[in-house]
Design a protein around this ligand. Structure first.
Ligand SMILES: [Zn+2]
Length: 178
């Protein structure tokens, strides 16, 4: 289990809005946050700030990343898959942060899901190192500009000061970190 997942489980256990049943389910299925629930139109971003390290996990159904969940059927669709995977593997244009925070992408962890075998999910992870994390008043989730037909974007945020769950709607990108 990743550090971020452990932090998120801690957040869930602290939330007053979740029923005991939900707590039990979260305890028993400790991988539920890593594998997520597969709901078309719903994507999740897990964001954590720990010292100078900013972490981002995306969990999205393939249909909201590519526009389809089957195997690509023609050259245009194959190119779309190739280009999208290059974007996810490179980690560019995922997040925007205040420029004086001095954040640089340190690692990208991406493996392509198998398409054509039913439902598929994308779960890339990124780590940024920030030279001035005190300046991180917000992040903007630019990945939402590239995702398709997202109806609900849920953000789980953990920083030394803040533990919050938030839903972004109507093209909203910005998440306050303070
Ligand atoms: Zn699906």
């Amino acid at each position: 289990m990743s550090l971020l997942t452990r932090l998120l489980l801690a957040l869930i256990s602290l939330s007053p809005f979740l029923s005991p049943f939900t707590l039990t389910a979260a305890d028993q299925e400790t991988d539920s946050l890593e594998h997520g629930k597969h709901e078309h139109g719903a994507v999740t971003f897990n964001i954590a700030l720990d010292g100078d390290t900013l972490s981002l996990e995306l969990d999205a159904p393939a249909i909201n990343v590519l526009g389809f969940e089957r195997s690509p059927r023609n050259d245009a669709e194959r190119k779309l898959v190739t280009d999208t995977h290059a974007w996810l593997a490179g980690g560019r244009e995922m997040l925007a942060v205040p420029s004086n925070a001095g954040c640089r992408l340190q690692s990208a962890n991406f493996s392509a899901p198998k398409l054509g075998t039913g439902h598929a999910d994308y779960q890339p992870r990124y780590t940024f190192r920030c030279s001035n994390p005190a300046a991180l008043a917000w992040v903007e989730i630019w990945a939402l500009r590239k995702l398709k037909e997202v109806e609900r974007a849920e953000v789980n945020l953990i920083t030394p000061q803040v533990q919050r769950q938030q839903t972004l709607q109507g093209g909203e990108l910005r998440v306050p970190l303070k």
